[in-house]
Unconditional design. Structure first.
Length: 160
């Protein structure tokens, strides 16, 4: 009797239960595919499209009154709160003719304080008019949107 095929078959049989434990991911992300994560990514995609459309009103509508951004440094003169968000976005969007904003979602995690952290890498390409003609600029960065539940949806409290 040949032992190798039997050992192989037993090995496959032993591994079969693990196949049911394999995670599935939302397409084009490394985020586990659950109904809650799909809802969160769907909200983030609305945010992404509003950035591309340079839609200040939509973005302000997605922000929580608790929105606050430190600018990533210790200086307070570039901090943005909810009251300054509209002006900040309007000023930035006036400086551009077009925006392409792509997001690769990496992780969705609910923190102890009930906030939801959405970690992603964005690729932003934006067209800026200059005296020499329109110039395209590109930026690739890691970022985190910080969300709070708001009924059946969410509000952004940081990371725009």
């Amino acid at each position: 009797m040949n032992v190798r095929p039997l050992a192989f078959a037993l090995g496959l049989f032993a591994l079969a239960p693990l196949a049911g434990c394999a995670r599935s991911y939302i397409p084009n992300t490394t985020v586990e595919d659950t109904s809650e994560n799909r809802k969160i990514i769907g909200f983030c995609e609305k945010y992404r499209r509003a950035v591309e459309d340079r839609d200040v009103e939509a973005l302000v509508g997605m922000a929580s009154p608790r929105y606050f951004e430190t600018g990533g440094n210790a200086k307070s003169n570039d901090d943005i709160d909810y009251n300054g968000l509209r002006e900040y976005l309007a000023t930035r969007f006036k400086q551009t003719k077009a925006i392409r904003y792509e997001i690769k979602y990496h992780r969705v995690r609910e923190a102890e304080n009930k906030v939801i952290n959405v970690d992603f890498t964005y690729t932003a390409s934006f067209q800026i008019p200059t005296a020499q003609g329109d110039l395209w600029h590109r930026a690739v960065r890691d970022n985190r949107l910080v969300l709070l539940r708001d009924g059946d949806s969410f509000k952004i409290v940081g990371g725009m």
